[in-house]
Ligand binder design. Structure first.
Ligand SMILES: NC(=O)c1ccc[n+]([C@@H]2O[C@H](COP(=O)([O-])OP(=O)(O)OC[C@H]3O[C@@H](n4cnc5c(N)ncnc54)[C@H](O)[C@@H]3O)[C@@H](O)[C@H]2O)c1
Length: 386
C-alpha cells in the first residue's frame, strides 16, 4: 500500500499495511496545514538522547509525536543530567510535537493518554539508565525500568493491540557473561582471542547465572516482558539490546553517557577518571540516529517479540584509551586523566555487538556515522555551549 506524506515532507513511502494511520493518505494537503490523520507516535523519555532523536525523526516524517518525560534524569544525576535544554530544542524544531510532563510509573494517567491518543507506534526509551546508580536507588530503578514497562505494554495491549512497540533494552541483560570470552591484551585495548568471536556478542549469549547489577536485572525483567507480549499475545514488539548509544543530544554525566561525558571533560579542560582494566576496556558506540533508523526498519516489517543486539559493532568500537587518543587528536588538546585500579562491578572488558542478525532481517540498514564523525559532532556541540 502506498501512502504519501503531507508537504513539506515530499518523499513517497511504501509501507506495509500494518496500520491504516501509518502516514497521511492524502497527497492534497496544503503546506503548513496539518494533515487530518497524522500517525500518532508516543515516545517515552523524549528529552533524553534516544527519545529526542526518535521525536525529531518521526516529526520530520509528518507524524504527530507525543513525548513523555518528567526530567527524572536530573533527579538521578543532578544538574549535569538536566534535559530541559533538549525539550526547549524539540519545541522549537518540531512541527507536531506535544510534550507531557508525566511519570510513566503513573499507570492511571498513562492509560488515560493511551485511551485518548491511541498511538500507532510506541517507542519506549524512558529509563533509569545507569548500571552503577541502581544500587543506590533500587526501588526507583525497578519501578521505572520494569514496572513502568509493564504499564506501557499493558496499555498497548488493552487500547492499541495493533500498534508497534519498540523497547530500548541494553547489553547489560547479558550481565558479565561477555567477560567469559577469552581475551588477548593489545597495547591499547583488550580484544577477543578466538577468531570465532570476532563479530562480537550475539543474541544467543546467556542471560542468567551471572552478575548483572540491579540495573541489568530490572532491564532483563522489562526485556523478557516485552518478548512475552510479542510471543504470548502476538503483539508487534521489538527489543533492541544496545551497546553504548551516543550523540550530541546526550546530557552526559560521570555515571552515564561515557563518550558524551568524556568529551565534556575534555572541552572544559577537567580531569577524567579511568576506572579499571588499564583503560583498555572496549565499548562499541552507535549514534542515536542509526539506532532510530533500525527501529524504523523494524516498524515497517515488525516481527513479534524479536530481539536484536545493536551497537557500533566491528565498525565503531574503541577502548577508553583509544577514545581519549582520538579526542585529543581531533581537539588538539591533551586530556588530563587519573586512574583507579578497581573496575566497576560487572563492567564489560570487551563488548562488541554482533550485528549479523539485525542486518540479515533488515539488509538495507547500516551504520552511517563513524566514531570520528560522532566525536566531531559532540565536540562541536560542547564547544557551542556557554
Ligand atoms: N545511552 C546508552 O549508552 C544506552 C545503552 C544501552 C541501552 N540504553 C537504553 O536506551 C534508553 C534510552 O537511553 P538514553 O541514553 O536516551 O537515556 P536518557 O537518560 O538520556 O533518557 C531517558 C529519559 O527518560 C526520562 N525518564 C526517566 N524516568 C522517567 C519516568 N519515570 N517518567 C518519564 N520520563 C522518565 C529521563 O528524564 C530522560 O530524559 C534507556 O532505556 C536505556 O536503558 C542506553
Amino acid at each position: 500500500m502506498e501512502y504519501f506524506l503531507c508537504a513539506p515532507y515530499e518523499d513517497t513511502f511504501t509501507v506495509s499495511a500494518w496500520h491504516p494511520l501509518y502516514y497521511n493518505k492524502s497527497p492534497q494537503c496544503r503546506e503548513g496545514e496539518p494533515p487530518e490523520d497524522h500517525m500518532k507516535v508516543l515516545v517515552t523519555g523524549s528529552n533524553g538522547l534516544l527519545g529526542s532523536e526518535a521525536v525529531l525523526y518521526y516529526d520530520q516524517q509528518g507524524a504527530a509525536v507525543i513525548g513523555i518525560d518528567n526530567n527524572l534524569r536530573r533527579d538521578f544525576f543532578g544538574p549535569l543530567g538536566d534535559t530541559i535544554w533538549m525539550l526547549t530544542t524539540l519545541k522549537k524544531q518540531c512541527k507536531h510535537f506535544t510534550h507531557l510532563n508525566l511519570d510513566i510509573r503513573n499507570r492511571d494517567a498513562l492509560f488515560d493518554i493511551f485511551k485518548k491518543e491511541k498511538p500507532a507506534l510506541i517507542i519506549h526509551c524512558a529509563a533509569q539508565p545507569s548500571h552503577d546508580l541502581a544500587k543506590d536507588r533500587p526501588f526507583d530503578d525497578f519501578e521505572v525500568n520494569a514496572l513502568a514497562t509493564l504499564n506501557l505494554l499493558e496499555a498497548t495491549r488493552q487500547m492499541v493491540p495493533d500498534a508497534v512497540f519498540i523497547f530500548a533494552s541494553t547489553n547489560k541483560v547479558y550481565g558479565n557473561v561477555p567477560n567469559e570470552l577469552e581475551l588477548k591484551e593489545l597495547p591499547t585495548r583488550w580484544e577477543y582471542a578466538k577468531p570465532e568471536d570476532y563479530h562480537g556478542i550475539n543474541e544467543h549469549c546467556r542471560i542468567d547465572r551471572c552478575l548483572h547489577s540491579l540495573f541489568g536485572a530490572s532491564k532483563v525483567a522489562a526485556d523478557i516482558l516485552c518478548q512475552e507480549y510479542g510471543r504470548y499475545f502476538g503483539m508487534k514488539v521489538g527489543i533492541f539490546r544496545a551497546g553504548c548509544i551516543t550523540g550530541r543530544a546526550h546530557s552526559g554525566v560521570p555515571l552515564h553517557g561515557f563518550l558524551s561525558y568524556l568529551i565534556k571533560v575534555a572541552v572544559k579542560g577537567e580531569t577524567y577518571t579511568i576506572i579499571g582494566y588499564k583503560g583498555k576496556q572496549v565499548r562499541d558506540q552507535i549514534h542515536s540516529s542509526d539506532l532510530v533508523a533500525a527501529f524504523d526498519a523494524f516498524i515497517k516489517h515488525p516481527r513479534p517479540g524479536e530481539v536484536y543486539n545493536i551497537g557500533g559493532g566491528r565498525e565503531n568500537n574503541a577502548s577508553v584509551l583509544e577514545c581519549i587518543a582520538m579526542i585529543q587528536e581531533r581537539t588538539g588538546r591533551e586530556i588530563k586523566t587519573t586512574y583507579t585500579d578497581t573496575p566497576r562491578l560487572g563492567d564489560h572488558i570487551c563488548y562488541i555487538s554482533d550485528l549479523r542478525k539485525l542486518k540479515s532481517h533488515f539488509p538495507s540498514w547500516k551504520i552511517t556515522k563513524r566514531l570520528e564523525t560522532i566525536i566531531d559532532e559532540i565536540v562541536a556541540s560542547e564547544q557551542e555551549k556557554p
